[in-house]
Ligand binder design. Structure first.
Ligand SMILES: CC(C)(COP(=O)(O)OP(=O)(O)OC[C@H]1O[C@@H](n2cnc3c(N)ncnc32)[C@H](O)[C@@H]1OP(=O)(O)O)[C@@H](O)C(=O)NCCC(=O)NCCS
Length: 172
């Protein structure tokens, strides 16, 4: 099992209903909870390799695995109605600094969409960054242009401030 997962990284946060208090607390709790999720088959992700080394990661999964956004006030008016299709979420990317701007995240996105299609498909949701002046560290949900190119459409604005995000969706 490969865990491409920095201990203080809050990738796990998307799978949690509420946030932990301190960084140290989060590191221990994140690793333990991620390992449990993997062992229980409740963690989906794609790892991109270059020369047999993992260089990029993208987390995705069905809504039940990644429920945090459901509790956000900004999401309330944007939640899908009807609930006919299964809802999937693509929540987080991380690419090794030495491999950035070379298409690794785009490759991961393609593979994730293929994975979702192979699992029966449904409505796929992401919250990519539409604008930021805070650098690539704040672009962990991907960029709007990546998702546009992959056939996603904007549903509405989500995050505000220096880094703005939007909810985007497409059916697979
Ligand atoms: C954001 C990130 C995932 C992009 O990965 P990448 O492999 O460099 O991305 P790609 O080369 O596939 O490019 C994807 C898109 O993002 C854009 N992009 C990538 N880096 C960018 C940057 N620094 N500024 C602006 N746009 C950028 C590209 O132009 C591309 O857009 P396009 O598809 O319209 O051409 C990467 O910079 C990263 O890992 N950042 C840190 C995220 C992080 O901290 N994650 C863990 C937190 S939990």
């Amino acid at each position: 099992m490969v865990l491409v997962h920095a201990p203080s990284c809050d990738i796990i946060l998307w799978a949690r209903e509420h946030r932990s208090r301190t960084r140290a607390e989060r590191e221990v709790r994140n690793r333990r909870q991620k390992e449990t999720l993997v062992k229980n088959g409740r963690a989906h992700g794609v790892i991109v390799y270059a020369n047999r080394e993992p260089v990029g990661w993208c987390q995705y999964g069905p809504r039940e695995e990644l429920p945090r956004i459901d509790h956000s006030r900004n999401y309330r008016g944007l939640a899908p109605t009807g609930e006919k299709e299964k809802l999937w979420r693509i929540t987080c990317f991380v690419v090794d600094k030495n491999y950035r701007k070379g298409g690794v995240a785009n490759t991961a996105l393609k593979a994730v969409l293929e994975g979702i299609r192979n699992k029966g498909g449904g409505l796929v949701e992401a919250i990519p960054v539409s604008k930021t002046d805070q650098g690539p560290g704040y672009m962990y949900t991907g960029t709007v242009s990546m998702f546009q190119k992959a056939g996603f459409k904007t549903v509405g604005p989500f995050g505000t401030g220096r880094t703005t995000t939007v909810v985007m969706r497409r059916t697979i």
